[in-house]
Ligand binder design. Structure first.
Ligand code: PLP
Length: 266
């Protein structure tokens, strides 16, 4: 892009970013959740490195990407202070490339023991920080969404559920990973259903509460064991529903279109 176009583009993105930040702040302060802060992850898939650089210059350090190759290329080209969140479908054969990215901060879409083992094994020896892991939960039950089944207050054998088994595997067998929370996308109709309670957000909260109880019983609540002081974070809410998600108690929102505009596939 020509210099002038780039400046115009940056100004436009920064205006969007400023607006989204203030809406996040407002929703957090009116939320019922215990936390009074939330992380805004700027979802930059398909967007050029210059867009990310513009946000970074304005203090944005959390960015989300969906494709391993694209993330690897951008991580090489952009400042190492960026915290990259992987939010795409993770194939176990890509775990190694992903884990090698030095400033990979979290993987929000873990769904299998195999991928957990692969990530844990592939983190480079020189990396000291644990890799944050969120397990993806398919709260809406749609075939098009990936994720493990949710837990419910009346789930009979919580310990045997796939989600609990994966959480346990991360805690017991993957010392270089840190179980940080749960992530969901949810059904579009729930997010369009503004004003009403979002059933998928409520389901993720219930899943989190049931899982926390099971983990606390099995492992106790230690700062280094899992979560953050016995808490598990919730990553829910995108451009169309991040305010509703924050009001419902989300800790991490992932906003792409609201900051960078519509995406055009490459
Ligand atoms: C693309 C994507 C987002 C961002 O979606 P927008 O509607 O553009 O805000 C958030 N989460 C995931 C998992 C995504 O793939």
């Amino acid at each position: 892009m020509a210099t002038q176009d780039l400046a115009t583009r940056s100004a436009e993105i920064l205006e969007n970013l400023t607006e989204i930040r203030s809406r996040v702040q407002q929703a957090v302060s009116s939320s019922s959740g215990s936390s009074k802060s939330a992380t805004l992850v700027a979802v930059s898939k398909y967007k050029p490195a210059s867009d990310i650089q513009a946000c970074f210059t304005d203090g944005q350090i959390d960015f989300g990407e969906n494709y391993v190759q694209e993330l690897e290329d951008k991580a090489k080209a952009l400042p190492t202070e960026i915290r990259w969140h992987f939010i795409g479908t993770l194939q176990s054969n890509k775990a190694k490339v992903l884990a090698a990215i030095p400033n990979l901060y979290s993987v929000q879409t873990l769904t299998s023991i195999k991928a957990a083992t692969g990530l844990n094994k592939s983190l480079p020896p020189e990396r000291t920080a644990p890799l944050n892991i969120l397990i993806q939960v398919n709260t809406s039950g749609e075939d098009s969404k990936s994720g493990l089944g949710p837990l419910r207050a009346d789930t009979k054998d919580v310990a045997a559920a796939e989600l609990t088994q994966l959480a346990r595997h991360i805690i017991k067998e993957c010392p270089r990973l840190r179980l940080q929370g749960l992530m969901t996308i949810g059904a579009l109709e729930q997010s369009l259903n503004a004003g009403n309670e979002n059933a998928d957000f409520e389901r993720l909260k219930e899943t989190r509460d049931v899982l926390i109880k099971a983990l606390a019983e099995e492992f106790g609540v230690g700062v280094d064991k899992w979560g953050e002081h016995g808490r598990l974070l919730l990553s829910m809410g995108m451009s169309s529903d991040f305010e509703a998600a924050l009001t419902a108690g989300s800790d991490i929102v992932r906003v792409g279109t609201g900051i960078f505009g519509t995406r055009h596939k490459k």
